[in-house]
Design a protein around this ligand. Structure first.
Ligand SMILES: NC(=O)C1=CN([C@@H]2O[C@H](COP(=O)(O)OP(=O)(O)OC[C@H]3O[C@@H](n4cnc5c(N)ncnc54)[C@H](OP(=O)(O)O)[C@@H]3O)[C@@H](O)[C@H]2O)C=CC1
Ligand SMILES: O=C1O[C@H](COP(=O)(O)O)[C@@H](O)[C@H](O)[C@H]1O
Length: 442
């Protein structure tokens, strides 16, 4: 890691943290200015001493009360340099007073490469900072509809009795990108799609979809339930996994010619608890596919004793589209309008762009950085949560790294390997045919 790269990635923050949310927005924009201000001047230990001095002399610091300074460090670094950088922060840049100031460290993924490296990193950071000072960021937790998941589930009577194995057949959490790893092949090849997307972003979303109701909205209560859910995931069976690699991925000069790194994966998680026993949770992520989207698709079971015989038209599905164009819709069967008594698939639709025309939906990072300033850890990953997430995926990742599972080639711009759709069908997912969405217009 060159000093230049280090400089680019270390951002410091210092400002009083008070006031209304509009004042806090202003704080946020000052923070973003300060990121620009501090980047580009620090290298090595001497650099950190300078950083410390410069922070205290910065105009924002001058305006704050002595001893009440707030310091936020945002680290997006390869895991191997975290301990040394954190040591330097600890030695040279900590807030010197415990009056009401604080020092917080935001850490970006990758948080290790497997269970043991993640635990080693956690221990190293844990020796320098306490858990309340560490903010492990997963930007999916800052997305509007991800933040809506617990509200949907626990503030609506509709969902309470339906959200279980008696009614739900399968759940998918899907991430699709219509571009490849251009420009970051070297980084990506070391990690692959499971570490890049599934073990963190999709699993975090899944926790919110599947966890039990927390005792309260306190961050610790929510995170306790996420951990319990993660601990009830069964070991992944190899027949529940399909890996793919798009053709042309290895043309990137930074990717080895014989790379087996998956750029696509479907992984089915099975849960051992009262609510979800027998319901497959399908996590699917891929790069260089035919579309870009991230969504949760909850597919309900068939209607028992179906007097309308409308099974072939498709099952009820509740879809929460995280991006693009936030929306949630319930695919359901209705009488086809007209004289005839026949049925058709339609939808109850909440499209955010139409429903909330005057609202600007904040960027995920904007919201999460504001949370760090406010000291709210609800949308950040706790150490035991991270450990439980790695426990789920490490055995599979080790098998992939050892070449025991092969990535199936697929065409860029396709749906990924056909084997993934076959696995979905085997798991019980029934694709709807003939449903056409007509975007509403007045
Ligand atoms: N408010 C809104 O914006 C709304 C928009 N719509 C739009 O209407 C369209 C249809 O909606 P919907 O039926 O929910 O979504 P899709 O038709 O896009 O996909 C439905 C499901 O079928 C899967 N699938 C698609 N093609 C195949 C295939 N060849 N083999 C196996 N599985 C397949 C998809 O997988 P995968 O996940 O991999 O794509 C997905 O799980 C979409 O474009 C949707 O965005 C619908 C309702 C409301
Ligand atoms: O963390 C990552 O996320 C991005 C996708 O983020 P999104 O908010 O645009 O969905 C992904 O492209 C990248 O590979 C990954 O590291």
């Amino acid at each position: 890691m060159s000093d230049d790269a280090l400089r680019e990635r270390i951002r410091g923050y210092l400002t009083p943290n008070k006031g209304t949310s509009s004042e806090q927005s202003e704080t946020l924009s000052k923070f973003l200015q300060l990121i620009k201000y501090v980047s580009g001047s620090y290298d090595g230990e001497e650099g950190f001493r300078l950083l410390d001095k410069e922070i205290s002399e910065h105009e924002l610091a001058k305006n704050s009360q002595p001893g009440t300074s707030r310091r936020l460090f945002y680290l997006a670094l390869p895991p191997s340099v975290y301990p040394s950088v954190c040591k330097m922060i600890r030695n040279y840049c900590m807030n010197q007073s415990d009056l009401s100031g604080w020092t917080r460290i935001v850490v970006e993924k990758p948080f290790g490469k497997d269970l043991s490296s993640a635990e080693e990193l956690s221990s190293q950071l844990g020796e320098l900072f306490n858990e309340e000072q560490l903010y492990r960021i997963d930007h999916y937790l800052g997305k509007e509809l991800v933040q809506n998941l617990l509200v949907l589930r626990f503030a609506n009577r509709f969902f309470l009795p339906l959200w279980n194995r008696d009614n739900i057949d399968n759940i998918q959490v899907v991430f699709r990108e219509d571009f490849g790893t251009e420009g970051r092949g070297g980084y990506f090849d070391e990690y692959g799609i499971i570490r890049d997307i599934i073990q963190n972003h999709l699993l975090q979303v899944l926790c919110l979809v599947a966890m039990e109701k927390p005792v309260s909205l306190k961050p610790e209560h929510i995170r306790d339930e996420k951990v319990k859910f993660l601990q009830s995931v069964l070991p992944i069976a190899l027949e529940d996994v399909v890996l793919g690699q798009y053709e042309g991925y290895r043309d990137d000069p930074t990717v080895p010619d014989d790379s087996n790194t998956p750029t696509f994966a479907t992984v089915i998680l099975r849960i051992h608890n009262e609510r979800w026993e027998g319901v497959p949770f399908i996590l699917k992520a891929g790069k260089a596919l035919n579309s870009r989207k991230a969504e949760i698709r909850v597919q309900f079971k068939d209607v028992p004793g179906d007097i309308y015989r409308c099974k072939k038209q498709g099952r009820n599905e509740f879809v929460i589209r995280l991006q693009p164009s936030e929306a949630m819709y319930m695919k359901l069967t209705v009488k086809k309008p007209g004289l005839e008594m026949s049925t058709i698939q339609s939808e109850l639709d909440l499209s955010y762009r139409q429903r909330y025309q005057d609202v600007t939906i904040p960027e995920a990072y904007e919201r999460l950085i504001l949370d760090t300033i406010r000291g709210d850890q609800q949308h950040f990953v706790r150490r035991d949560e991270l450990k439980a997430a790695w426990e789920i995926f490490t055995p599979l990742l080790h098998k992939i790294d050892a070449g025991e599972l092969k990535s199936i080639p697929y065409k860029p711009g396709s749906r990924g390997p056909a084997e993934a759709d076959e696995l979905l069908a085997k798991a019980g997912y029934v694709q709807t045919h003939g449903y056409v969405w007509i975007p509403p217009s007045l």
